[in-house]
Design a protein around this ligand. Structure first.
Ligand code: SF4
Length: 313
């Protein structure tokens, strides 16, 4: 089999910074809308195979700890074959313009909190765009070829930032942590980690976890699946501090919607079970070298479609 190649893709490094604490009004923690949504729908991908052995769990893991993150879990659940290409074979992929636009907007929203609260205005964010975009281009020069109309590109990013200001007023609270790396030795076989876009701690000690999305919000009924990522962060935060976050908040800049939820200990326990089950499936897949492709509409955006067994029968 010949694999596609794409060389020279340095990643922009993530920054882990803390802002100076300013008063944060708990009133900003918003109203909760996510509590009546149905439970997470996570099926068992390996079906009967996963029920065959628990010894594999230990056997495989003795070789190497499994690095698990919310994105790795989604990737495996969406398509084990795609997970293999990315996480096991580590095949290179070209940058995705949607992901790069997301990086640019995230960077501006992170850096906005470097400014004094009264200066966190739309124009401040817009003014940051050109320099942050230049830095991104320096890290990935191939983007120059891919972005054919720079004005349109920056206009779109500005439009997403405009939507952000219609949903939140960053002058009224302080972002305690941005790009916060949370990690945990989940168990003897699993290292769990993730990057939180923003974590706000109110003077009362209440915690809000926020994630920005540059796409559109999920269709009704799919909010719980979207919240899985933030519930993993809540689990990680709870494990490291003993504090259960009060609010989880997804901010969708693509259509100006927010999805919010109050995590409960029941949610945290449920997330732990999902992580254990998916980890077990991954260990078994690794042991048996069994990575079933799972065709879906995502295939149209999958870089590996040309080598995927599901499309090259
Ligand atoms: S083309 Fe579809 S089935 Fe194949 S690896 Fe990609 S997402 Fe999975």
């Amino acid at each position: 089999m010949s694999y596609p190649t794409f060389m020279g893709m340095p990643l922009l490094s993530r920054r882990d910074r803390e802002a100076v604490q300013l008063p944060f009004r708990i009133g900003q923690l918003n109203t909760i809308t996510g509590s009546e949504i149905p439970q997470i729908r996570h099926g068992c991908i390996l079906g009967e195979i996963s029920g065959q052995s628990t010894s594999i769990f230990r056997q495989v893991s003795e070789q190497k700890k499994l690095r698990l993150s919310p994105s790795a879990v989604s990737e495996y659940e969406n398509c084990p074959q795609l997970y293999k290409y990315r996480k096991i074979d580590k095949l290179p992929e070209p940058p995705s313009l949607d992901a790069e636009r997301g990086t640019l907007v995230h960077t501006v929203l992170q850096d906005l909190f470097e400014f004094p609260s009264q200066e966190r205005l739309p124009q401040t964010a817009f003014d940051l765009l050109p320099s942050r975009w230049s830095a991104q281009l320096e890290g990935k020069p191939e983007l120059r070829e891919m972005v054919t109309n720079e004005k349109e590109w920056l206009d779109r990013a500005q439009s997403l930032l405009t939507t952000y200001f219609s949903l939140e007023n960053p002058a009224t609270f302080e972002a305690t942590h941005r790009e916060m790396h949370l990690e945990d030795e989940f168990d003897a076989d699993i290292y769990l980690h993730g990057y939180v876009d923003r974590l706000d701690i109110a003077p009362t000690g209440e915690v809000r976890i926020v994630d920005y999305k540059t796409g559109k919000s999920p269709k009704p009924g799919w909010e719980e699946k979207a919240l899985f990522q933030l519930r993993v962060y809540a689990l990680l935060y709870w494990k490291s501090t003993g504090v259960l976050p009060r609010l989880l908040q997804l901010i969708y800049l693509g259509d100006g919607r927010m999805v919010k939820s109050n995590p409960s200990m029941k949610d945290i326990e449920s997330v732990e079970k999902v992580l254990q089950r998916v980890a077990k499936d991954i260990f078994i897949s690794t042991e048996k070298d069994y990575w079933p492709p799972k065709p879906s509409r995502l295939c149209d955006w999958c870089f590996f479609k040309s080598i995927c067994p599901a499309h090259n029968g």
